[in-house]
Design a binder for this molecule. Structure first.
Ligand SMILES: O=C(O)C[C@@H](Cc1ccccc1)C(=O)SCC(=O)c1ccccc1
Ligand SMILES: [Zn+2]
Length: 168
């Protein structure tokens, strides 16, 4: 099912998500709904926080043809070396804006999969960027928190205007 995506500056996006205690069918239904929502948007990632479910669940698929769906439950990131890289990030909660964000590019991710089994990976490139972007969501952070206050203020003003026009 498609779930509504919260949009900046909605304060609920600032909630810190809670760890999943048991990977059960309810969580698996949430994962399925998150994939439906992500592919429909379209996007390459989605954190449960964005659909107002404050649990540490992330779905990602950076493939061109929806062939690499990944689930990260209770993800943890370790920075393996200080080298960083830049990427023009977008966000389904800040639609229409893309800004350059600097992030470490060599990380290890540990998480549970959709069956509750622990796994780890050292993602490269866009997958490494996306995982860090999604983990920010679980911690109540948005990519606009990584850009200048002036740019954030301008984006907030444009989003507020958009929401006022929609409310009419
Ligand atoms: O808000 C989100 O978490 C989704 C976001 C993930 C992301 C994109 C780029 C860098 C880091 C994280 C998006 O998917 S925005 C949309 C987007 O980037 C995209 C959409 C369609 C095809 C390819 C990319
Ligand atoms: Zn986002």
């Amino acid at each position: 099912a498609l779930l509504p995506i919260l949009e900046f500056p909605d304060p609920r996006l600032r909630t810190v998500a809670k760890p999943v205690t048991e990977v059960d069918d309810k969580i698996r239904q949430l994962v399925a709904d998150m994939f439906d929502t992500m592919y429909d948007a379209p996007g390459i990632g989605l954190a449960a926080s964005q659909v107002n479910v404050h649990k540490r669940v992330v779905v990602i698929d950076v493939s061109e043809d929806k062939s690499q769906p990944l689930v990260f439950i209770n993800p943890e990131i370790e920075v393996l070396d200080p080298e960083v890289s830049e990427y023009d990030e977008g966000c389904l909660s800040v639609p229409g804006f893309y800004e350059t964000v600097v992030r470490p590019n060599h990380i290890r991710v540990k998480a549970l999969d959709r069956d509750g089994n622990p796994f780890e990976m050292e993602p490269q490139g866009l997958l490494a960027v996306c995982i860090q972007h999604e983990l920010d969501h679980l911690n109540g952070k948005l990519f606009v928190d990584h850009i200048s206050p002036l740019k954030r203020t301008r984006i907030r003003a444009k989003m507020d205007k958009k929401h006022k026009a929609e409310a009419r």
